[in-house]
Design a protein around this ligand. Structure first.
Ligand SMILES: Cc1cc2nc3c(=O)[nH]c(=O)nc-3n(C[C@H](O)[C@H](O)[C@H](O)COP(=O)(O)O)c2cc1C
Length: 192
């Protein structure tokens, strides 16, 4: 099982990336391999000018084509997902999320825009033909304490419980999808 993790924060130090990294570690403990990208893995001009010929964009699309699922993490910016995440999603091939299970993750300053995953991110994922979009995780900044010299990274206990529940649902859905795909006769699979 293999997933691609996309980090949508423009910041190197980032709460949404902390949730993403925790998720990747959790999945690896459950035997799921991953490939991670953030905005920092691309040349800014390639993102700004939608350069589909960029080697890093081609590599991302190759990895996505092989993936069973995708995690998309983003900060909430102006009641939507981040602009830099949009520039990455714009470069995913047409129908690029076909047959993929998607787990969205968002962090925000307040609860005010907790519906942003549904009204902003969901439509673009649907346009890319994802098979299933899970409910995902929404967290506020005060639920995530960065590690300091004296304490490790801390998630609010309720957030941690929701995160693990979502990750377990993601794992179960990936396994279910894999089993169903394998059950289809190869000739039929070719025709789909
Ligand atoms: C430009 C900008 C716009 C933001 N807009 C919102 C917003 O509309 N609603 C909200 O709740 N938080 C907003 N925030 C706060 C961020 O969503 C929040 O701090 C988030 O956790 C940052 O994620 P990151 O640490 O992964 O970059 C905004 C922050 C910035 C810098």
């Amino acid at each position: 099982m293999f997933i691609v993790a996309i980090g949508g924060s423009p910041n190197q130090k980032s709460r949404s990336s902390e949730l993403l990294n925790y998720s990747i570690d959790y999945l690896e403990h459950h035997g799921i391999e991953s490939y991670t990208v953030t905005a920092h893995d691309f040349v800014a001009e390639d993102l700004l000018y939608a350069n589909f010929n960029s080697p890093s964009i081609k590599l991302l699309n190759e990895k996505i084509a092989k993936a069973d699922g995708i995690i998309i993490a983003t900060p909430i910016y102006k009641a939507a997902y981040s602009g830099v995440l949009k520039t990455i999603l714009d470069l995913i091939a047409e129908r690029g999320l076909l047959n993929k299970i998607i787990l969205p993750i968002a962090t925000a300053g307040t609860h005010n825009h907790f519906l942003a995953l549904d009204y902003a991110l969901r439509p673009i994922i649907t346009a890319l033909k994802a098979k299933e979009i899970l409910h995902g995780i929404f967290a506020t900044d005060n639920q995530i304490q960065y590690a300091t010299s004296t304490q490790p990274l801390l998630f609010d206990p309720s957030l941690k419980a929701r995160l693990i529940e979502s990750l377990n649902e993601f794992i179960a859905t990936l396994h279910h999808q894999k089993t169903n795909t394998l059950a289809i006769h190869p000739l039929l699979a070719e025709a789909i």
